[in-house]
Design a binder for this molecule. Structure first.
Ligand SMILES: [Zn+2]
Length: 471
């Protein structure tokens, strides 16, 4: 399945998001274009001159492309290209219009398709592509400029449009690595290399994971933060090139190369955090010993942290987050952890938590992370499992959007029977599985190579070339 997902034609064949052919093999307008496959309502094809294919540039194997979901459920989209570009029917490859440099392509939802307007031309298609005539030109949407091309599709689960950036794997990584590990100095170059391999591997092993949304990966922390061509970093690009085409494999398959900001001194296994199966190369282990016997990530800003709420402020937050938690756990596939999610008091409803009475850590994982936090309100007791405690105990400031980690101690201040203040004293930032980014930076600064860093965080995984063509 994974290998199949790497292939452009296989992706289309398996019913995944309609993938555009690679730039070098895009069907050209002219003789042979499948006009008879076009619905009668379509406007007549516009002929545009284009150069003949250059045989020696034809790819030997499919280019590794992925679709990154940039925007969903948009009422309208205004897209541009910094150079001349084609507007194409994404399904057939038929050219619909030529777009001049900087000229807007306007799109809006039209029933089950996409209505478009470019200069004096307009029409409608099931899905639409904006392809630069030169792959060096960037395409842009409000909020960013991107390498590769745009695909516009009707949002599968909403009434608007979804904007997908179809981009080559290595170009995608250029828009990911600096936002994931930052822009460290030359002394920590090997940490950037390790991050590049982890991100490349994560990408390959998650291709098709968001198929129901019409693309491969989100451009956010839901997958990997991706900001396109804005803010690329020369050292990060160098690390990406230096490690290409390597990915981490175990048992012949790309590994689930999870990584997070700071493990707090001890990494953890998958099953301790999410209702998913463990992997042999994602182990619970001390992140060290680093300098002076401390953890490699001990200098990280959030190695130690504290978050506090007045009981009233937390009570307000819980009115939203506890019912959300119960709904989340009720969704399919989360049953392994789901029993029981909520034990009602007499007449209590999970939808209306009401007054906060108490919080209690009932169980921890061997790495010290919370396995079950009991939150008792007048409605009953909510049994909050694993990493979801971070979505329930949301910082009052909204920054960060969820609690930094599930590795914490609870501090309760009471007035008699009444809670007055709730605080958590924690360690680390993120889920703590796989590579610890701040630990990797510490290891690199101490002279460890990127291969050593990867062997420390993904024990037993091997480095092998990715399947498919990078360029
Ligand atoms: Zn760490």
């Amino acid at each position: 399945m994974l290998a199949g997902l790497l292939l452009v034609c296989a992706l289309v064949a398996c019913g995944g998001p309609k993938r555009l052919p690679p730039l070098a093999t895009t069907p050209r307008p002219g003789p042979g274009v499948q006009d008879d496959a076009t619905p009668p309502a379509m406007p007549a094809p516009v002929e545009h001159p284009s150069p003949p294919p250059i045989p020696w540039l034809e790819p030997a194997e499919p280019l590794l492309l992925l679709g990154v979901g940039l925007l969903e459920d948009q009422r309208r989209l205004e897209l541009r290209c910094e150079g001349a570009a084609w507007v194409r029917d994404a399904a057939s490859g038929r050219t619909l219009a030529a777009l001049a440099a900087g000229e807007p392509l306007l799109c809006r939802r039209d029933g089950g398709g996409v209505a478009w307007e470019a200069g004096r031309e307009q029409g409608s298609a099931a899905s639409l592509a904006l392809q630069p005539i030169d792959p060096g030109f960037l395409v842009s949407a409000p909020g960013g400029s991107y390498r590769g091309e745009f695909l516009v599709i009707p949002s599968p689960r909403a009434n608007g449009l979804t904007l997908v950036n179809n981009v080559e794997l290595e170009d995608y990584l250029k828009g990911v690595v600096p936002w994931e590990i930052g822009r460290p100095d030359a002394s920590r170059f090997d940490a950037v290399c390790a991050q590049a391999v982890a991100a490349r591997t994560y990408t390959i092993s998650h291709l098709g994971a968001r198929q129901a949304q019409g693309f491969d990966l989100f451009a956010t922390v839901m997958d990997q933060v991706y900001k396109g061509a804005i803010g690329e970093d020369a050292r990060c690009n160098e690390a990406i090139a230096a490690t290409a085409p390597l990915v981490l494999r175990h048992g012949g398959r790309e590994i689930q190369a999870y990584y997070s900001s700071c493990c707090g001194g001890t990494s953890t296994t998958v099953a301790e955090v999410w209702p998913k199966d463990d992997e042999p190369y994602l182990q619970r282990r001390a992140d060290g010993p680093g300098p002076g016997g401390t953890a490699w990530c001990a200098d990280a800003p959030y190695y130690h942290w504290r978050e506090a709420w007045s009981a009233r402020a937390l009570e307000g937050i819980l009115q939203r987050t506890l019912p959300e938690y119960v709904r989340y756990m009720a969704q399919a596939g989360r049953g392994g952890w789901a029993a029981p999610t909520f034990t009602p008091a007499r007449g209590g409803s999970a939808d209306r938590p009401g007054a906060l009475r108490d919080l209690e850590i009932r169980r921890r994982t061997p790495s010290g992370r919370i396995t079950e936090l009991a939150v008792t309100t007048e409605a009953g007791t909510y049994h909050v499992r694993g990493d979801r405690v971070r979505w329930v105990l949301v910082p009052a400031s909204g920054k960060p959007a969820i609690l930094r980690s599930a590795l914490f101690e609870l501090e309760l201040v009471r007035d008699g029977d009444r809670l007055r203040e709730v605080a958590v004293r924690g360690r680390g930032f993120g889920h703590g599985i796989g590579l610890c980014q701040t630990g990797a930076l510490g290891m690199a600064a101490a002279g460890r190579s990127w291969r050593e860093i990867l062997a420390h965080y993904y024990p037993g995984a091997v480095l092998e070339p990715v399947k498919g063509r990078l360029r």
